[in-house]
Design a protein around this ligand. Structure first.
Ligand code: NAD
Ligand code: DAU
Length: 358
């Protein structure tokens, strides 16, 4: 790590409130922070929705530095009580409804409650409580909409919001509230927009773990539409390190884009997974297009690189292979998730239902 990349402040001796810390990125963040700051106190406030998983943070259950509070960020009373009781110095929000297909096929109300009302409650609590030095709202590049496949454009912090699916629209709503709370009341909030993450402990509705599970079950890999949609893949620990810098060094009111300059289309991801499992392309199946499907994401991360010296450290080939291996070696984790939540992907469920009726 370059000296410029180091955090200006320390979390040792501080109280950090992590909302949504039982999910994919939040739990990886908690692991990273405990390793780096052995004297931090972490309060993990999580509703434990279908994607929240206490197995993801089981290493800390008996740790005196760690407290788990089950609760909903959309519940204002509960949020206020947590702020009052723990008086956090730092807050980071991973709590969200995150799956695009669910926002289309299952419904958008939960997305509005968590991603907009929940963020509003956190901003209010930070504003009223007055103890918080920095609040990071973890958002997504999906708020910017879609880029053309044949362009070299990238999303910068100045790209206008143009969300195409309900999930992205609700994330944009939360981000706009952050902007307004900073400009109106000086709430010390930093908003981040990252592209697609991969790594261990991701709920298997998302592309990479979903495809690995399909391979483990001897099933085909379903590509939506023509499979040429591009995502800019970031290893989850690179994202977590960027978030740590935003939390400790970020100037209130700033927005940072985070990406690894690692564009790849879904066919290439499928090919890599097939190669890992020694399977041929006959295991690919093209299925119905996702409504509102964004064509391409690409991130211009030059601002966070310039301001904090952050850069991605993990090389895709190795980190991708390690990620696939993690799912193959953690079958118990998969089986417990499966028993708890059942169906992983409503888009594929619908499609398989139609196919079986024919
Ligand atoms: P996830 O679905 O794995 O985890 C979400 C967590 O939030 C779960 O533990 C869940 O129980 C909790 N939660 C949901 N609603 C809640 C509520 N109302 N109150 C309290 N807790 C609640 O999601 P993730 O992939 O870890 O994403 C975390 C954040 O990062 C999200 O804001 C998402 O928009 C953003 N993001 C994700 C990616 C990605 O590729 N996964 C990329 C960029 C940004
Ligand atoms: O860009 C960041 C976003 O990345 C996050 O904000 C979201 O929370 C996260 O879900 C992710 O959104 P995507 O829609 O890009 O991720 P998903 O894993 O659902 O799909 C990735 C691509 O793969 C997308 O083009 C759809 C396609 N896909 C996905 C699945 C699950 C398939 O072709 N087949 C599939 O079975």
């Amino acid at each position: 790590m370059s000296t410029k990349q180091s955090a200006k402040r320390s979390l040792n001796g501080k109280v950090l409130l992590v909302c949504g810390g039982a999910g994919f990125i939040g739990s990886n963040f908690i692991h990273h922070i405990f390793e780096k700051y052995p004297k931090v106190r972490i309060i993990n406030f999580d509703k434990l929705t279908y994607s929240g998983n206490t197995d993801n943070v089981r290493d800390f259950v008996k740790d005196a530095r760690y407290t788990f509070v089950r609760g909903d960020i959309a519940d204002q009373k509960k949020v206020t009580a947590v702020f009052k009781k723990y008086q956090p110095d730092y807050v980071i929000n991973f709590a969200a409804e995150t799956h695009v297909d669910r926002s289309i096929h299952v419904g958008s109300l939960e997305f509005i409650n968590t991603n907009i009302v929940g963020v509003f409650n956190l901003l209010e609590a930070v504003k009223v409580g007055g103890t918080v030095q920095s609040f990071v709202q973890v958002s997504t590049d999906e708020v910017y909409g879609s880029l053309a496949l044949d362009s070299e454009d990238k999303f910068s912090e100045h790209t206008a919001f143009a969300p195409n699916v309900p999930y992205a629209a609700t994330k944009a709503g939360g981000d706009m509230l952050c902007r307004a709370y900073h400009n109106t009341w000086g709430v010390p909030v930093v908003v981040t927009h990252c592209s697609n993450n991969y790594g261990p402990r991701q709920y298997p509705e998302k592309l990479i773990p979903f495809f690995v599970l399909r391979m483990l079950e001897g099933k085909t890999l379903p590509l939506y539409g023509d499979g040429n949609h591009v995502r800019d893949w970031v290893y989850v620990l690179d994202h977590c390190k960027a978030l740590e810098l935003c939390l400790l060094n970020g100037k209130p009111g700033t927005v940072y884009n985070i990406g690894a300059d690692n564009e790849m289309n879904n066919r290439e991801i499928a090919d890599r997974i097939l190669k890992y499992f020694g399977k041929g392309k006959d295991m690919i199946e093209f299925v119905a297009e996702r409504p509102g499907h964004d064509r391409r994401y690409a991130i211009d991360a030059s601002l966070i690189m310039k301001d904090f010296g952050w850069k991605p450290e993990y090389l895709f080939d190795q980190a991708f292979a390690d990620t696939v291996k993690w799912y193959t070696q953690n079958r118990k984790w998969i089986e417990r998730v499966r028993r708890k939540t059942g169906v992983f992907n409503p888009h594929i469920d619908l499609w398989e239902g139609h196919k079986n009726k024919k």
